[in-house]
Write a protein of this length. Structure first.
Length: 147
């Protein structure tokens, strides 16, 4: 077996075993529509969730999530990603955790104190603080129930 064959086999194995964590985008999410809880702490224990943006042409991504009591957050750092642009155009999002599908709205966090609370919870869950903690530069969104 050549080095090229081994590289292809290793790459295919890595891709198939890690695909749950690779941030490929997808389309519309499906699950059991579930009312949002009043406390997200336990629900958001999942390391990775799926977030759908752009209701007219659904676009979904896998993200890390932080739940701290009544607050639920997704974070893009200073990256103005496609999903960030979608949220800025239309704040309606859908969140999939396991089989539960939540209909939510995303609001950008601009308060430094709230960002610091998020960063502390992020450090506890993932073992480090976000790289960029400037609320003017980083894209942090609080997810709230739709009205």
């Amino acid at each position: 077996m050549t080095t090229r064959h081994l590289t292809l086999i290793l790459g295919a194995t890595l891709l198939t075993t890690a695909c749950g964590y690779i941030p490929f985008s997808g389309g519309a999410l499906s699950g059991r529509e579930t009312p949002p809880p009043t406390d997200w702490t336990q629900v958001a224990e999942a390391k990775i969730i799926e977030l759908e943006t752009n209701p007219t042409d659904p676009y979904s991504v896998k993200l890390w999530i932080i739940g701290a009591g009544p607050n639920l957050y997704v974070h893009a750092g200073a990256n103005r990603t496609t999903w960030v642009e979608h949220i800025e155009a239309d704040s309606r999002v859908r969140l999939l955790i396991d089989d539960a599908l939540y209909l939510l709205r995303a609001q950008r966090v601009t308060d430094a104190g709230e960002f610091d609370n998020f960063a502390q919870a992020y450090d506890i869950k993932y073992g480090n603080r976000p790289r960029n903690e400037s609320v003017d530069e980083a894209y942090l969104f609080r997810l709230t129930p739709r009205e």
